[in-house]
Design a protein around this ligand. Structure first.
Ligand SMILES: Nc1nc2c(ncn2[C@@H]2O[C@H](COP(=O)(O)OP(=O)(O)OP(=O)(O)O)[C@@H](O)[C@H]2O)c(=O)[nH]1
Ligand SMILES: [Mg+2]
Length: 638
């Protein structure tokens, strides 16, 4: 617990004064990808994201370590840094904490310097720099399992003596791999070494560090050249300019094939369960508005979204495997030249790829980009990457309009179309970047410096946890925002009731119907009917709601004896192919997501960019839909 008081500046200093109480604060510090978050999770029982590339953690996260005797320590997980001179916004977070300049946070009482045992040369320099800060510190020599496997034998007591700080070996990902570190956390502070006044860092100290590291490595017999590792051999293919790109295309392609091919059976189970539930509720309950709300609102609406859980999990299975294996930075490397040609740096790759899950973490991940212009541009195009909330919308429309067919005896046509939609998103992002480059013309080519971590076999446990978390997020969304909006939609679509004697379905006279017809004035030229127009409004909060809203609208439009049907055949019957294609196009650009806009506001600190993003995405969506719709009509699909 900390209290911050902005006292009147004394003698020209504008630093806030912090008053604190509570548990000792321990910060985890180290180079990117050395296993800080894995250690943090092991010590605090948290489930923060761990993945095999640099720059996973971009903000400070706090957890509690409870010692055997019940004493508590606050543990801080921080973004990775290479030195105490930050270059990007995420590194700045760490350095500010270490220097005691972070808002609302005091200077840590102790530091755990996490070191990747397979990469001592780069890691030790940071240890020396951190030592100069004067905070009592312990080195966690992490990944000793990997070092051992690679034949790197480290004399731990000697390393500790050379560094002048205690060193404990750890394996963050193994259950018993943090025992020694736990023991340290429970030890009295004076065993950690004494606190000292911070020393200034100059060019001379940095040079001295360099020499010191060289000396330590040669004393420990670790400065010899190692034979090429398995990762190096794999990289000969993966980073090959031709084979590497072919492999990347194949991986992405298989991912989208799998999304359709593997999901079929589980989707059918969910669909039939929902249909059964709807029927059971209709039979069991008396006819009336409450039953209508439950059957046509909640069950039809929420069920229509829930069906897509299997596809989302399959997509995330692939993303998690790619993240854990260490493949992602390689892909960034392969595409660097292409990205540079449109004015982006390879650094943008991982934020953009993260946006396939959701644009919000993608936009957060841009904190690893040092150059402000590159960062802003990446933020602006991140929403063009197809996020997982759009997957259900795509899947629904593809299911309705694209026949289930095998192409060339091998590929699933629907998977191909889905792949094409993702590509269309990527292509438009690149086109926008290129246009910005042409207009601003301020781009200087920046070489990509990126670490390539060793490949790992993804741990099944981690993948399972990752999928479980994803399922949880999705189900929570379905149970909260989506459910709430669906219920709201049902009310708007049911009231005011039609005048007595009218045989038209209530929705036609309802508020939603009126609003839909108003919006249709703008949206008719791009092929949207009033039902679609209504559905687009609540989907601004969560894109999947477009589906539940359509399900509700159509369930309520069914007059007389028409029993409610599944949404897919309904829209296949009611819409032309041109309309379906136009709506697909709309969701490629899908500008309407409030959480994305909020993230843009937070990360850019200005409403201006929120406005620019909303306007340019809406404009682009409308124009692209117009073109697609009219082309489709011209081709006779209207
Ligand atoms: N074999 C092995 N793998 C580890 C160990 N510690 C971490 N890893 C793996 O190393 C990768 C990086 O771990 P993270 O905890 O995300 O690293 P980080 O230091 O938090 O990285 P950033 O947040 O990007 O700075 C992940 O794939 C982990 O599963 C270890 O002791 N042994
Ligand atoms: Mg981390």
């Amino acid at each position: 617990m900390s209290l911050t008081c902005h006292a009147r500046p004394a003698q020209g200093t504008a630093q806030p004064i912090h008053f604190h109480r509570g548990e000792p604060l321990v910060a985890l510090v180290g180079t990117p990808n050395c296993g800080k978050t894995a250690l943090f999770n092991a010590l605090t029982g948290s489930r923060q994201k761990v993945a095999n590339y640099a720059g996973v953690t971009v903000e400070r996260k706090e957890g509690l370590f409870v010692a055997a005797d019940g004493r508590k320590l606050r543990i801080l997980d921080l973004p990775g840094i290479y030195s105490l001179s930050p270059r990007s916004p995420d590194e700045r977070v760490t350095v500010e904490v270490l220097r005691g300049q972070a808002r609302g946070e005091r200077r840590p009482d102790r530091v755990i310097c996490v070191v990747d045992a397979t990469n001592l040369r780069r890691n030790l320099r940071l240890v020396l720099a951190v030592k100069r800060l004067g905070i009592p510190c312990v080195v966690a020599l992490n990944m000793v399992d990997l070092a051992e496997r690679r034949g790197i034998a480290i004399d731990v007591p000697r390393l500790a003596a050379e560094l002048g700080v205690p060193v404990v070996p750890t394996v963050a990902v193994r259950k018993d791999g943090t025992q020694a570190l736990r023991a340290w956390l429970q030890a009295p502070v004076d065993e950690w070494g004494a606190a000292a006044a911070p020393q200034a860092e100059t060019f001379a100290t940095l040079e001295a560090d360099h020499d010191a590291v060289q000396r330590i490595l040669s004393t420990l017999g670790l400065d010899r050249h190692l034979p090429p590792t398995r990762s190096d051999r794999i990289d000969r293919v993966v980073l090959h300019p031709v084979w590497g790109l072919a492999l990347l295309a194949l991986v992405l392609f298989l991912m989208f094939q799998a999304v359709f091919a593997w999901a079929e059976a589980p989707m059918e189970w969910i669909e039939s369960a929902m249909a059964w539930l709807g029927e059971a509720a209709t039979d069991a309950l008396p006819a009336g508005w409450l039953t209508s709300l439950l059957v046509e609102g909640v069950i039809a609406g929420v069920g229509a979204v829930l069906v897509f859980l299997p596809q989302i999990l399959i997509l995330f299975f692939f993303i998690l495997v790619l993240e854990e294996s260490g493949y992602l930075p390689r892909a960034a490397f392969l595409l660097d030249r292409f990205m540079a040609s449109v004015g982006l740096s390879g650094r943008s790759f991982i934020p953009l790829l993260s946006s396939f899950a959701c644009a919000v973490p993608g936009i957060m991940a841009t904190r690893t980009i040092a150059n402000p212009r590159d960062r802003l541009l990446t933020i602006m195009i991140a929403p063009l990457m197809t996020c997982s909330a759009r997957l259900p919308v795509y899947a629904l429309l593809i299911g309705a309009f694209i026949p289930e067919r095998t192409v060339a005896g091998l590929f699933d046509l629907r998977g191909l179309v889905l792949f094409g939609l993702y590509l269309a998103g990527i292509a438009s992002a690149m086109a926008v970047a290129w246009l910005v480059k042409r207009v601003t013309d301020r781009h200087l080519p920046r070489p990509l410096m990126m670490e390539l971590p060793a490949y790992h076999w993804p741990a099944l446990r981690n993948i399972a946890i990752g999928l479980w978390q994803r399922a949880e997020i999705f189900l929570k969304r379905v149970g909260s925002v989506i459910l709430a909006l669906t219920v709201l939609m049902w009310f708007l679509a049911s009231f005011p009731a039609p005048p007595p004697g009218s045989s038209a379905p209530a929705i036609e006279t309802s508020l939603a119907g009126t609003l839909g017809r108003l919006l249709a004035v703008v949206l008719e030229p791009i092929g949207f009917n009033w039902q679609i127009s209504i559905a687009l409004v609540p989907s601004m909060a969560a894109r999947e709601v477009a589906i539940s809203a359509l399900a509700t609208v159509y369930a309520l439009s069914a007059s007389g004896d028409d029993t409610a049907q599944a949404l897919t055949p309904l829209i296949a019957e009611n819409w032309s192919l041109a309309t379906g294609l136009s709506l697909l196009t709309w969701f490629i650009f899908a500008p309407q997501c409030l959480s994305t806009l909020a993230a843009v506001r937070r990360e850019t600190g200005s409403w201006k960019w929120v406005g620019v993003m909303a306007l340019y995405l809406f404009g682009l969506a409308w124009l692209a839909c117009y073109a697609v719709y009219h082309l489709a009509v011209a081709l006779g699909w209207g």
